[in-house]
Design a protein around this ligand. Sequence first.
Ligand code: SF4
Length: 734
Amino acid sequence: MSKLISTRAIRGAHKLVARAEKELMKAIAQKGPQVKVEFPNTGYYLPISYGMLGLKIETLGGLQDLLEEAKKLLPPIPDEKLWLPYLGHTLDAGMATLFADEIIEAIKYTQNPLPYLPETKPRDGHLWLGAANDVIMRERGIEFVDGTAPGFAACVGYAPTNEIAVRIARELQEKNLYVFISAATDGKSMARQLEEEGIQLGWETRLVPYGDDVTATVHSLGFATRVALSFGGAQPGDFQRVLRYNKNRVFAFVLALGPVNDEKHAQAAGAINYGFPTISETDIDQILPTGICTYEHVVSPVPLDKIVSKAIEVRGLKITVAKVPIPVPFGPAFQGERIHKEEMFVEMAAQVKPGFEYLRTRELDEVEDGKTELIGPEIDEVEEGSQMPLAILVEVAGREMQSDFEPILERRIHDFINCAHGIFHMGQRDINWVRVSKEAKDKGFKFKHFGSILHAKFHSDFGKIVDKVQVKIYTQEKEILELREIARKVYHQRDERLADMTDEAVEVFYSCTLCQSFAPNHVCIITPERSGLCGAYNWLDGKTAYQINPTGANQPVKKGKPIDGAKGQWQGVNEFVYAHSHKTLQAFNAYSIIDNPMTSCGCFECISCILPSANGIMSVYRDYAGMTPSGMKFSTLAGTVGGGVQTPGFIGHSKHYVGSRKFISAEGGAKRIVWMNRTLKQELQPLLQKIGEREGIENFFEMIADETVAITEEEVLDFITKKNHPALSLPPLF
Ligand code: SF4
């Protein structure tokens, strides 16, 4: 660490200890050593000396013991030429500072009139409140324990303008943090700035003006000490436990606004003892290596428009956004809501227009938390009944975030957006489909609100791994088409990760019940060789999702005793599916399309169904709007297959499941495929060629019919007969 910052903190500590000694001697000389000193209505004496040293100081004379302790801790000011490991000395100087602060503040309580108003909010021109009493501490301290308030920002100094002071205060309040204000600079302080702007100060609004003296900063740390003593089980004098409790449980930091003198450096050193870092607007020397604080100790210079988010990041604070800030009601109750055509204001993507959803990880400094950008027209600029493209790009950052988590988080876009009343969402990846109702539009819902929803929900549901979320909403085609290629490459890489794993090699599969909002009895069983039927979750994703959230929608499913290995039926899986399908599904075969196949929700990428006269099956992707040889278009097929029911002869599945060795293996596997819509067939060409090689069928890809050569079952039969398709030599399906 820098010698410079250490020198300034130690020099500040020397000045404050000297000041404490001078004021104490003067007070004793004037009033006598027996004069009582106490903070108002507290059983914690002077909390820093009580918590750190176990001292029960009650008189001016008693403060002398504390002064001696401060002096003992004071390290020498670093020599010009001598190099030393400075952190330990800086911490000692910080603690000496807090002792000195406490002496100076305690002496104030012997003055008449008292320089503080010992109440919960300023009144009659009295701005500064001083130390909190025990009633306030218990009421408010419990919030630090139950998470209602994650911590506090100790703000010292002043902002360049009143407007900026208000903005910083509001930003901190929105994150549920307490704002403890002290240490005016040249008579200017953030508390005065807020007062001038008519902002309500006090414990009720969590904007607490402690005092304008730099030493009043000690009331923040005194409060933290009392929280550890009161709620953390720390004993007076057990300084290690007090400090560790604060480091681990009280998410606090110092925001240094404006110039930072030696005394403020010393306060920062005091706070570091508690694991509370300092974030400074002014360019002061930094202390970056981790150690006492969770991450960095002192970070500067940080622009004021980023100072709150930087502080939150450096302190490792996880923010939950209590309310989703959108103009329509929000909650799981709206998840199953459908928006019919006549109720719809706009439809987005839905394969009619391009779209995709993609979540990716970025570095912490590449993500501005809460930022939503709209690239393209907003809802007010489009005609009622329009169909338009939609891409949602979510960028997250977090010290615990891993790229393996991306698909799990990305799939949640579906149910998060569905929680908004008047908004319908279906699909994932590049088959997303959204409708916004006329009612939602009339209530003021904007496309930008997708960002508000995702920001709030990713923080609240994935706060452990996500520190920052920014969202880009695209509603114009050009950018969507470009970015979709990038997203598709990533989808492909994700699908490839499992290439060599088999169902036999594992004892546990994973469930997914995310789609129960639409299909209440549907359970996806995800195996290494069968991904979820939306294509967004594979076995590894299920495993990762379970690690992230052990009580979530993805649970391990023990296979148990095999019942039918060829069809893919196990006792453990049956029991799980029965219990989680509301007892509607007794048996389930993972590898069969005819005998007890898996249920389908509505998010499947493809539907396959049998074509009896061709002795094979057809597969259709959901963006194909034309007729299929089954006599039904995709939409009619989806109505038949979806909703969480078991439909023998039909299955919903992901595109890439076609390439799995277990794809309808009970009926002979992928060589049963006799028809595919053309775009799907082309997209899967490499995979179909691989299947041909695997099965020893030359030109398998060319043997499969599509809509350009056949749209009835008879035409398919004609085509495959000419091609000598292998399905014709397989045992009859019935
Ligand atoms: S389709 Fe299956 S795997 Fe995909 S989200 Fe729905 S339940 Fe989960």
